[in-house]
Design a protein around this ligand. Structure first.
Ligand code: AP5
Length: 206
């Protein structure tokens, strides 16, 4: 089964993806994580993507499509987190992967702004925490690897505002696009991570 996770920045796509990938045995592919890794390694792709990401803009469709196509080649079940994000990406994806279900994480702008203002990420292993809703055991250390926690550079309020605008303009139309195809399942993302996971698993098992 190939599943797409759709929703605004901070809706909890990454948090849900970790749960679902484990319970459904799917490969978790987060285009945001892949791009951040390219940036950290200073690859040509990373250098190309960095400016867009800092500003909260989307990396060009052809760059992201090529990156995803390479990673899904030969994989038996994939969970796409943060991809596709434009109609062009959705159509491009159809040329090389059949999407079986799309989980849409529905949540208000106020709630995602609140979540992103208190998100902390491990600079070593990438684990995600929230000072309010999913606090680490020590304020500045990762529970998993003891690495230092930091604010993601694009979680500054002005960049979050831009990311949300870009989401509404370019990605929100995908909700209707996939609904029309009968692939969309809507999950209330304004619940605890456990409740979001349970609702998503129930919807995917139907
Ligand atoms: P990306 O990393 O994909 O960012 P995003 O879509 O904005 O999503 P986030 O990672 O910010 O949030 P999330 O929904 O995963 O929430 P999380 O689980 O962390 O992309 C970054 C950038 O890369 C883009 O801006 C763009 O430049 C580029 N890019 C990526 N993909 C691209 C593409 N396809 N095309 C072009 N460019 C692309 O949770 C958020 C916080 O809330 C955390 O603190 C978490 O602990 C907490 N939380 C999660 N769930 C819950 C819950 N149920 N209750 C309470 N708190 C919760």
């Amino acid at each position: 089964m190939n599943v797409v996770l759709l929703g605004p920045p901070g809706a909890g796509k990454g948090t849900l993806a970790v749960q679902l990938a484990q319970s459904l045995g799917l490969l978790h592919l987060s285009t945001g994580d892949l791009l951040r890794d390219e940036v950290a390694r200073g690859t040509p792709l990373g250098r190309q993507a960095e400016g867009y990401m800092k500003r909260g803009e989307l990396v060009p469709d052809e760059v992201v499509l090529a990156m995803v196509k390479e990673r899904v080649n030969g994989v038996r079940g994939v969970l796409l987190d943060g991809f596709p994000r434009t109609l062009a990406q959705a159509r491009g994806l159809e040329a090389f992967l059949k999407v079986d279900k799309v989980v849409y994480l529905a949540i208000s702008k106020e709630e995602v702004v609140r979540r992103l203002s208190s998100r902390r990420v491990c600079t070593r292993c990438g684990a995600v925490f929230n000072l309010v809703t999913q606090p680490p055991q020590q304020a500045d250390r990762c529970d998993r690897c003891q690495g230092p926690l930091a604010v993601r550079p694009d979680d500054r309020p002005e960049v979050v505002a831009r990311r949300y605008e870009v989401y509404e303009r370019d990605s929100a139309p995908l909700v209707d696009y996939y609904r029309r195809q009968g692939l969309l399942v809507e999950v209330n993302a304004a619940q605890s991570p456990e409740a979001v996971g349970a609702q998503a698993r129930a919807a995917l098992s139907q």
